[in-house]
Design a protein around this ligand. Structure first.
Ligand SMILES: Nc1ncnc2c1ncn2[C@@H]1O[C@H](COP(=O)(O)OP(=O)(O)OP(=O)(O)O)[C@@H](O)[C@H]1O
Ligand SMILES: [Mg+2]
Length: 273
């Protein structure tokens, strides 16, 4: 039986304008997209092209100036705090800067216990909670017993990024928004993090929206790619379609800006027609 794709998150005419008058900045400009369940989507664009602003609107952290977001086929409603909290069970994020993602007053145990509570596990026996935390830490190659009683700021950047993925392992959201999650770590840890995300996607059928400057990486990991320039999506399609046969000059420039892309990802057949 052919796999029928189910739409998970869609946007129509999504726009975000910051400021007024001469200060006005159109960060996201009438963007349309359709993301299916279990899809790995990359959003690629230069710095300032509006990627994080788009992510924040999808996460419900920034209100769109115009346009609509549809979640599982229905217009998204996050008009009350309760509805917002319900929505956040389905969509979670890992960010560029892991240091900004934690409340510095909470120890790591509390960070993970909060995730268990969010998944409805508040009343589980303590031993069961420890099991879950140990399982989540071992999934990301961290040792829970070395983390208990520590604060997030006592971890290295790479450890903190892995802790963010341990949270996702417990929360099991339907959609994960990953905004440059591997920017602070070396290439080897980066590959490990990407492997973990791929595994999570396979194990729990998660949809991943991955934001990056790195079009070579996008080619390697995504099903579908959206290219953003000055707040607009100027090109989209399957990773092969967009990156091997770019239609727009801007996309070609992004490809050319990665000098090793042809060798590393074997894009030697890119057509510049
Ligand atoms: N809170 C804000 N107030 C005013 N302008 C903002 C705000 N956030 C973003 N902008 C502006 O919106 C535009 C898009 O910013 P955004 O952070 O979405 O870009 P980005 O593609 O994520 O860039 P980067 O790759 O550097 O993270 C930029 O011109 C930025 O200055
Ligand atoms: Mg950004």
């Amino acid at each position: 039986m052919a796999d029928e794709k189910k739409l998970c998150l869609c946007g129509s005419g999504l726009t975000k304008i910051y400021g007024l008058g001469r200060q006005k900045c159109i960060a996201v400009d009438h963007v349309d997209f359709e993301i299916s369940e279990c899809e790995f989507v990359s959003i690629v664009g230069e710095s300032g092209s509006g990627k994080t602003t788009l992510a924040k609107m999808l996460l419900g952290l920034t209100k769109p100036t115009e346009g609509e977001i549809y979640f599982q086929g229905k217009k998204r409603d996050i008009s009350t705090l309760r509805k917002k909290k319900e929505y956040w069970k389905s969509i979670q994020a890992i960010f560029q800067d892991p240091y900004s993602s934690y409340n510095t007053f909470n120890k790591i145990d509390t960070v993970l216990l909060d995730c268990i509570s969010m998944r409805g596990g508040r009343k589980l026996p303590h031993a069961k909670k420890i099991d879950l935390m140990e399982e989540a830490c071992s999934f990301v190659n961290l040792k829970f017993e070395e983390l208990t009683n520590k604060y997030p700021f006592e971890l290295s950047g790479g450890q903190m990024q892995r802790l963010m993925i341990a949270r996702i392992f417990i929360l099991k959201p339907q959609i994960l928004m990953a905004d440059e999650p591997t920017s602070m770590i070396d290439a080897c840890s980066r590959a490990t993090i990407l492997d973990m995300l791929m595994k999570l996607r396979k194990d729990i059928g998660m949809t991943i929206i991955f934001i990056t400057h790195d079009i070579g990486l996008a080619y390697y990991i995504s099903d579908c790619v959206y290219i953003m320039e000055h707040g607009k999506i100027i090109e989209s399609g399957s990773a092969e379609e967009v990156i091997l046969h770019p239609k727009e000059e801007y996309t070609r420039r992004l490809i050319n800006d990665v000098p090793k892309i042809h060798e590393e990802w074997d894009l030697s057949s890119v057509s510049y027609a």
